[in-house]
Design a protein around this ligand. Structure first.
Ligand SMILES: Cc1cc2nc3c(=O)[nH]c(=O)nc-3n(C[C@H](O)[C@H](O)[C@H](O)COP(=O)(O)O)c2cc1C
Length: 223
């Protein structure tokens, strides 16, 4: 899948099919994670793959009862070996360590999208409870959980603040006037509006069975 499609299709998914994810695909996603940059190339991430129902249910509870997580057949917890980084970068090490894990997380989600999977980043959890479930050593901090699975639902609500509104040139507050600098600005619209424009079909009015929004989006990109 090309990168633009990946960016557009990578919406947070909270509704998964009861279909397992092949282990090779999990391996591919994790491998993509390890291509993330990291301060001093310290690669301070560690991944825990959770597939058992018992642990997934416990993790959902530790995420302040985000019960939708139970339906995701795979949870990947990205853990941070912070000390590895703070030993070398005393002042900004903690920040660098978190940033590297976050980039690994984004790589994992993009690769998931690339192979037809859906994800959601979960950052809201009780750190102590999660550490206990995963038997984390004291020096290893859980940074985020990525839920992964198959889905047949394209999430709505990808509204984005238009890129030209959050971009300045040379100094803060100096706005852009030339919109064509931003080829991605077309994605700063609600996906339903993008689809309506591309397909001429109002997704809200049409039944989802009749016009699967994701299919439409894919067809639109193929044009
Ligand atoms: C740091 C961070 C923490 C997040 N934590 C949660 C979470 O705990 N639960 C959840 O449902 N979504 C969580 N999300 C997902 C966001 O809600 C989602 O990315 C955002 O609404 C944009 O939607 P989109 O990903 O579909 O574009 C989190 C995202 C980030 C980056």
């Amino acid at each position: 899948m090309d990168l633009e499609r990946c960016l557009v299709e990578k919406r947070s998914c909270k509704s998964y099919l009861d279909k397992s994810v092949p282990i090779e695909l999990i391996g591919e996603m994790l491998k993509a994670g390890t291509f993330a940059p990291s301060a001093g190339n310290l690669q301070n991430w560690q991944f825990i793959v959770v597939r058992t129902e018992e642990k997934r249910f416990a993790i959902a509870a530790a995420c302040h009862k985000q019960d939708w997580m139970r339906g995701a057949p795979v949870h990947i917890i990205i853990c941070n070996d912070v000390k590895k980084v703070t030993d070398m970068f005393s002042r900004k090490g903690k920040l660098y360590a978190t940033q590297a894990c976050a980039i690994a997380g984004q790589n994992i989600m993009l690769k998931a999208t690339d192979v037809g999977l859906y994800t959601c980043w979960v950052g809201s959890f009780d750190e102590y409870a999660l550490a206990k479930i995963l038997k984390l050593p004291d020096n290893i901090v859980p940074e985020m959980i990525i839920t992964i699975g198959y889905s047949d639902q394209l999430e709505q609500g990808m509204d984005r603040v238009p890129v030209e509104r959050v971009t300045f040139f040379d100094e803060h507050g100096k706005n852009v006037v030339e919109k064509s600098f931003f080829p991605l600005s077309k994605y700063g619209e609600n996906v339903a509006k993008v689809l309506e424009k591309a397909t001429g079909i109002n997704q809200q009015q049409e039944s989802s069975e009749q016009h699967k929004p994701l299919e439409k989006l894919r067809n639109w990109f193929r044009k």
